[in-house]
Design a protein around this ligand. Sequence first.
Ligand code: CA
Length: 227
Amino acid sequence: MIYMLEDEEGIRNFVIYALKSSGFEAEGFETPSALREAMDRELPELLLLDRMLPEEDGLTVLKKLRSAPATGKLPVIMLTAKGTELDKVEGLDSGADDYIAKPFGTLELISRIKALLRRTSDAPPGAERLELGGICVYPSKHEVFADGEKVVLTLKEYDLLLMLMRHRGEVFSRESLLREIWGYDFAGESRTVDVHIRTLRHKLGNCGDMIETIRGVGYKAGDESID
Ligand code: CA
C-alpha cells in the first residue's frame, strides 16, 4: 500500500490512478490529519509526501514521522514544486529517502518508487522473524501479523509480545515484565501488565491464546506443545 499526501486534487488523482494502473494499492489524502488517521489504521509501505500543504508543511510532517518508532523508517519520497538545490538538500536532510520535483512524469515517479521499495524491502540477510502459532513478528520492521493479518499494536504491547516471543516457554513474573518494559521496579503497578496483556490478546484475535497466564506467577508465550 502506498499513501500519498497531496492537497492538489488533480495531481493526487492522477498519481493514484497511475499507481493503481501499475499494480500498486494506493490511497491519497488531502491533509496531514487525514493521513495520520489512516496511518493509525494501517501503515503504508511507502509515502509520497507533498511539500506545500495545508495545516503544516511536508517537512514538519516528515519530522514527526521520523521521530515516531512505528514510522521512523517508513520510506518517503518528497514531491515539490520548489525544485531548487536548497529545497532538495533540506528535504533529504529532514529524512526523506528520495526527492522528486514537480512537474514529474509518472514513469519516473514509478521507477523511483520501485527503486526505493527494492532498497528498503530487501530484508538484510538473517533478518529476524519470530513465529509462534499464527503469530509472526518482524522486529526489524516492527510488524506483527496474526493469522496473516497485520496487527497494529501500541509500543508497550509490541514490546511485551516481543519479549515473550523471544523467550518462548519461559515464564515471566509481572514484576520482571514491568521492570524490563516499563523500567519500574516496584510491584504496586503490576496491574498495568495485566491490562496490556488483555489488549494484546484481544488484538491478536484467535492467536491471543498463545499468551498464557501462569496462575500466581505471570505470563509466557506458549511453547511448541500448544502450537
Ligand atoms: Ca501542495
